[in-house]
Write a protein that binds this ligand. Structure first.
Ligand code: ZN
Length: 387
């Protein structure tokens, strides 16, 4: 991973390079920022730069034997530690090194832009929390007791240091404070306040800012996305590349949910023709369980956005184009008279779908409830207008 493959962050990259050129590489650094701002790929590109034997202007060379090893994220002087938990294959005493192959392929597949939840899902840990534990700390200490294989730096990247438990961090305090010579420890964290104070105080802070819209747009356009679409994604993602990928991955499903939800609400808004509503209910009940849950969750999200809109918290509305227009129009009928009950009705429907309720009956029941609740919302609006 070279600096040239990193999205944006040009100012920060040149700071890192000049610190190196001026012989001011701090031994323990804390890269602090959202996952979607690229903290991990930056750390990897930085490690590659430090270990590259044939550096070019402002980047690693990409071709020397050291850089070649970085292509597979497998360099003997580069070590990773990250949160883990027990899984089907590792039933007790989880630690980073037991998952190294998963880790390498996961970051290669995602160019380093990963999130904690994505990683834990990939490992298949279920609902468990991931931690960096004492066994990881012991391995770090033992790794550092050997000299670098290839002579220059040894780099240890600890991703999500916020998830390091206390016994691990206690073991590492001395290492953070004074790592062995020619060692660079890069700690990566999301939230400053969640880091143990003992960790914070021992590392040089490197703030990784959110991505700028123009950097996201440029990256998207370079992969063939139209300017219009790139603009929309940049606005929606608030400088978070992981959100851009999420929106792109879910685009088809979101669009289908939007079209269905709009159609449903129109039918519930003016229920002159119940046969159309019944037809809709039948169609919905034929969808698979996950699709139905996704549709109802989309509905909950529209209600949430409508409430945000009514409170003028428009920055929190992650919608654009006709979806945003629709949400704005719809929001006038969401008010004190009905918002809680609509939430409740949609949540209950999800609950019953998870428990294999008869979908046909469920949608009929739910549709009638929504018809009544929207009528209530409309009445509330006209009552307030005449007052
Ligand atoms: Zn190189």
């Amino acid at each position: 991973m070279q600096f040239s493959s990193i999205i944006g962050q040009k100012a920060l990259i040149s700071k890192l390079i000049s610190a190196h050129n001026e012989n001011r590489v701090a031994h323990t650094q804390l890269f602090l920022g959202n996952d979607g701002s690229g903290t991990l790929p930056l750390a990897i590109a930085y490690a590659q730069y430090l270990l590259c034997t044939d550096k070019i202007d402002n980047d690693s060379c990409g071709v020397c034997p050291s850089c070649k090893k970085f292509e597979k994220i497998a360099h003997p002087d580069l070590h990773f530690y990250y949160p883990t938990a027990t899984t089907q294959s590792v039933k007790k005493d989880p630690k980073s090194s037991l998952f190294l192959d998963y880790w390498r392929s996961y970051i290669t597949d995602n160019d380093g832009y990963i999130s904690l939840n994505g990683w834990l899902d990939h490992l298949g840990v279920g609902n468990k929390q991931g931690y960096i534990r004492k066994d990881d700390a012991n391995e770090i200490i033992s790794k550092l007791s050997f000299k670098a294989y290839e002579g220059s730096y040894k780099v240890i990247i600890i991703w999500m240091v916020d998830k390091m438990n206390e016994s691990a961090s206690n073991k590492l305090l001395k290492t953070f404070e004074e790592p062995p010579e020619n060692t660079v420890l890069i700690l990566i964290g999301n939230k400053y306040e969640q880091l143990l104070p003992t960790v914070r105080s021992r590392a040089q802070l490197v703030k990784v800012p959110r991505l700028k819209d123009e950097d996201i747009i440029q990256k998207l356009q370079s992969t063939g996305v139209s300017l219009e679409e790139a603009n929309k994604l940049a606005t929606l993602s608030c400088g978070n590349w992981n959100t851009v990928k999420e929106i792109e991955d879910n685009a088809g499903e979101t669009q289908a949910n939007f079209i269905n939800f709009r159609k449903w609400l129109r039918l519930c808004f003016q229920p002159r023709d119940y046969s159309e509503l019944l037809k809709f209910n039948q169609e919905m009940s034929k969808l698979g369980r996950e699709k139905q849950k996704s549709f109802l969750n989309y509905g909950i999200e529209v209600i949430h956005s409508s409430i945000q809109n009514n409170f003028n918290n428009t920055d929190n509305i992650k919608k654009a184009g006709e979806e945003l227009d629709f949400t704005r129009k719809f929001s006038q009928f969401i008010n004190d008279s009905n918002q809680k009950e609509i939430y409740k009705a949609l949540n209950e429907a999800i609950y019953h779908i998870e428990r294999n309720a008869h979908a046909g009956i469920l949608y009929s029941d739910l549709s009638f409830k929504i018809v009544d609740l929207i009528a209530k919302g409309k009445m509330h609006v006209s009552k307030n207008a005449t007052q």
